[in-house]
Unconditional design. Sequence first.
Length: 80
Amino acid sequence: SVFKNVGLQGLDSSKLIVAIWGDEGLDMPLTGPEGVPLFASDHSWLKSLVNSRHQRNWAKIDRFTTAIRQMEEPVPSAEP
């Protein structure tokens, strides 16, 4: 799998919620303990870092949705 964690929850027989957690997240402080920006002179580096993570995530989501669309329809159950 290209994602760390994928969840699927059914609301009813026709509605599903898909939750996806990937490894391209970015969790970091933008200011120090005194409130001073940590990347004041590195805006272009930070922008590049965030955009590259977004691009990788979107590529993975595109591959995931393509795979879902290629899945066969499930065979209806004989049970009521």
